[in-house]
Design a binder for this molecule. Structure first.
Ligand SMILES: [Zn+2]
Length: 398
């Protein structure tokens, strides 16, 4: 077993108020952290990587990505025209770029052919570098509903059960359900609910029977209400889309019901949302509405987790470090809380807190070392010096 020692780093463990006061050493044996401290023995018989004025923090978690989608291609039809081999290589390149950016865990919330599950397995087997991946396979959707082209259409109870069983058989870790229409699927409306409340309850119960948590795609308020009441574990987007667009359907009662149900919200704020912090009135109005949504969720105690929806047009897979600052600005999170939303809090939401999301002996060695102090300035996240994913050094970007 190889031993690695990351030395001379101020450690932020993913939870604490501050970094360690002293520079410390993180000792890694195989895939795990075995010790964190200042004793010189922690460096004995190990490959030592020494730093100065650097911070070690848990590798980041992007709670909503799509490995199979090329963000440079606008339509699902055009995605399918890319030759199979080329798509495979592109997915591997995305995984590598994410790991190089410090993203050591990602939840993939949908594709049509389970190729992201094969990618997950190749990375887990150590064949190629990349983040730990949790997969949902084909999202459950209605007839010609959001992302129907991925193969998860279901009408009635028997088909809902069959679609879920198929994902479990393909070894998906999560079940994704499209509780409203979406922007990218022609003929659907983001504001409209898909599935009746009873159907969503059935989907959650069925997923639970297979020991799988549920992530619900939700833009419109009624879809959010139904998903929250059905007991899904994470609500994606949560845009409160109403008559006047995103955020205009904000309903305090629905926010309370999310809090009561204990779901986390994964608002998919990508780096491009920087434009909504702009003073231009139309852009600023959108930013202000989404900011109100996020603050309203926080004030009721709803947990927020960082996510980008990487893969959708113009959202590259490796930009969570940049997106986190935009998320913090919109949700009015302190830098520390923004970092928690991408580490320890996200790990809890995803049910992997006994594996990753913090720097602690016994947990996976998923470690990001950056130049500077991200608790003072999130821009430090964009200066990665070293990434270790499950004990393996990720090859540096060119
Ligand atoms: Zn998505």
């Amino acid at each position: 077993m190889t031993s690695l020692a990351i030395s001379g780093v101020r450690v932020w463990d993913g939870e604490s108020e501050e970094r360690s006061i002293e520079p410390l050493t993180i000792r890694i044996e195989g895939e795990r952290i075995t010790a964190i401290g200042s004793a010189p023995e922690l460096r004995a018989d190990a490959e030592v990587l020494s730093f100065d004025a650097a911070t070690a923090l848990p590798g980041l978690i992007d709670a909503h990505v799509h490995f199979c989608i090329d963000p440079g291609i606008r339509t699902p039809e055009a995605q399918d025209e890319v030759p199979f081999e080329e798509r495979e290589r592109a997915m591997e390149a995305r995984a590598l770029a994410m790991a190089q950016a410090g993203i050591t865990t990602a939840r993939d919330l949908g594709g049509g052919a389970w190729r992201e599950i094969a990618l997950r397995d190749r990375i887990a087997a150590g064949q190629i570098p990349g983040p730990r991946i949790l997969c949902a396979g084909q999202p459950l959707t209605t007839m010609r509903g959001h992302c129907w082209f991925w193969g998860g259409e279901a009408v009635g109870e028997a088909e809902i059960r069959a679609v879920i069983a198929r994902q479990v058989e393909r070894r998906a870790d999560w079940i994704k359900v499209m509780a409203t229409g979406g922007i990218t699927t022609k003929g659907t409306n983001p504001g409209d609910a898909q599935f009746e409340a009873a159907e969503l309850r059935l989907a959650v119960a069925e997923a639970e029977r297979h020991d799988r948590p549920v992530a619900a795609h939700c833009h419109g308020t009624e879809g959010i209400r139904r998903a929250a009441q059905a007991g899904v574990r994470t609500i994606e987007h949560c845009s409160f889309a109403g008559g006047e667009g995103f955020g205009s359907g904000l309903d305090p009662e629905v926010v309370r019901s999310i809090a009561q149900g204990g779901a986390w919200v994964s608002p998919t704020v990508n780096a491009g949302w920087k434009r909504f912090l702009d003073p231009e009135p139309r852009l600023a109005a959108f930013g202000a509405r989404m900011s109100e949504v996020l603050q309203s969720l926080r004030s009721e105690g709803v947990g927020l987790i960082a996510s980008t929806d990487a893969g959708i047009p113009n959202v590259a897979h490796d930009r969570l470090p940049e997106a986190l600052a935009v998320f913090a600005a919109l949700a009015k999170l302190s830098n520390r809380d923004a970092l928690r939303s991408a580490t320890s809090e996200s790990a809890r939401a995803l049910g992997i807190e006994a594996t990753t999301g913090a720097l602690r002996p016994g947990l996976a060695a998923d470690i990001l070392v950056v130049d500077g102090d991200p608790l003072r300035d999130l821009a430090a996240l964009q200066r990665p010096l070293l990434v270790v994913a499950r004990g393996r050094r990720v090859p540096a970007a060119d």
